[in-house]
Design a protein around this ligand. Structure first.
Ligand SMILES: [Zn+2]
Length: 447
């Protein structure tokens, strides 16, 4: 599989910015980052980098690329179609789950490609350099390949979690043979190692929450995923009635660093302790959890218990967009509100969740999430020269409370420049959005 992402000469010096390394080196108020061959080869002051292209970052903020930890990228095509009423004006369209299933059934591989590509373009624009594509509308191997093609072309770092089809019957196994086929051919899909494979598991509840998946089926699914050596992700304890899912996974001996759990809003305290004890990572998606009525994100409780935690977009059908700056801000706000404490979660804490801690939850802690020698070169430059910032005070606080994707001037992922001077280098935005509109038109016509 090829990539259309632009390849720089691979020798870049980002010079003189306020560098938030999010690593042992701490902050460098006038620091340089030297990138060569896709890797960070030096971080420091007044670096000498003969032959490198110099990118002036003086007066700007340099930070690790942001890390998303769970995102149903295909359904970005359906942005705005979940209208917040049990039954919408248009048959088949209503709340998130019904809309997702009824329109998801009409997706052809080209639609999955168009939706995922739109999401990828949005990620790059927003300074997100790592995504976890939680692909839960795989209606055949071609749908998986369509999503993988969009990820490969994007230049982003990604986990692709191979799932099922939206609306998958609870009494039928996931397509485990297809998953095994993709796993065995993985080097051909991996975009030179930028992409890694995971399994999006439907859990014990399946697609229809009113019905449980038989233990015989879900055990075979998770045993297959583990047998293939894949990290697994599952939604757990989202809706209030669903508390206890994590206890079920614990009793089945499924918890561990290779099982990511999403939405622990209604987990019991002892379930959160179990996750911590087993090193089970969690993903918090504050905007979608709030929009769908799962209750408050429980970031503070997760961190207090020691659960490895990352932040996520989840679905732009509910969150509207993939603005990780806003996700950080609402995460901090909710945590402080719940604690009745202005100081419960600092901007620096939440920036760690969106960078190094998020990377660790995906098993990528040694690869990305901070600016350190030997890591892959995933970084962003944020310019304060805009009315919504204007001053360069506490850079971490500015990123969390003030910045938005429009302030992201430069994005480098795996050493490639994907956004420069505020413009995407690998996408013709007019074409990406036009093909998304065309794909949506054909999905709606078939519905
Ligand atoms: Zn989700």
């Amino acid at each position: 599989m090829t990539t259309n992402a632009p390849v720089s000469d691979g020798n870049l010096l980002v010079r003189g910015g306020y560098v938030l390394t999010m690593d042992a080196a701490g902050d460098l108020p006038a620091g340089d980052v030297h990138v060569r061959g896709g890797e960070i080869v030096a971080v420091g002051e007044h670096l000498d980098a003969p032959g490198a292209e110099v990118i002036d970052a003086a007066g700007k903020i340099v930070a690790p690329g942001l890390v998303d930890t769970h995102w149903h990228m295909w359904n970005t095509l359906l942005r705005g179609l979940s209208d917040g009423r049990p039954e919408g004006d248009t048959p088949g369209r209503s709340g998130y789950f019904k809309t997702c299933v009824s329109l998801g059934r009409q997706f052809l591989p080209a639609d999955t490609y168009a939706g995922t590509r739109l999401a990828c373009a949005e990620a790059v624009d927003a300074g997100i350099t790592t995504v976890h594509d939680w692909a839960h509308n795989i209606r055949g191997i071609e749908w998986a390949e369509a999503g993988l093609r969009a990820l490969s072309e994007s230049g982003l770092r990604a986990r692709f979690s191979y799932g099922y089809e939206t609306g998958h019957p609870n009494d039928r196994l996931m397509a485990l043979d297809d998953l095994a086929r993709v796993a065995s051919a993985w080097p051909a899909y991996s975009a030179g190692g930028r992409l890694h494979l995971g399994m999006a598991w439907r859990g014990t509840g399946g697609s229809n929450p009113a019905m449980q998946v038989a233990p015989k089926l879900y055990r075979e699914e998770i045993e297959t995923g583990r047998g293939l050596g894949l990290p697994i992700s599952v939604h757990a304890c989202g809706p209030r009635h669903a508390a206890g899912q994590l206890a079920t996974y614990a009793s089945e001996r499924l918890l561990g660093p290779d099982l990511q759990v999403v939405h622990l809003n209604n987990a019991w305290t002892q379930e959160i302790s179990l996750a911590a004890a087993h090193g089970t990572p969690a993903s918090v998606s504050p905007f979608t959890e709030l929009q769908i009525g799962y209750g408050q994100p429980v970031t503070g409780a997760l961190l207090a218990a020691g659960v490895p935690t990352g932040l996520s977009v989840d679905t732009t059908m509910l969150s509207g967009n993939a603005d990780m700056f806003a996700i950080m801000k609402v995460t901090q706000g909710c945590a402080n509100a719940l604690a009745y404490d202005e100081f419960a979660l600092t901007a620096r804490d939440v920036l760690r969740l969106a960078t190094i801690e998020g990377a660790r939850t995906l098993g990528l802690g040694s690869v990305t999430g901070s600016l350190a020698v030997g890591k892959r070169a995933d970084l962003i430059v944020v310019s304060p020269h805009a009315p919504n910032i204007g001053v360069l005070t506490d850079p971490a606080r500015l990123l969390v409370t003030a910045a938005h994707p429009g302030n992201v001037e430069l994005v480098i992922a795996d050493g490639r420049v994907l956004k420069r001077s505020g413009a995407l280098t690998g996408y013709d935005v007019a074409e990406v959005t036009q093909s998304a509109r065309n794909a949506l038109t054909s999905v709606l016509a078939r519905a």
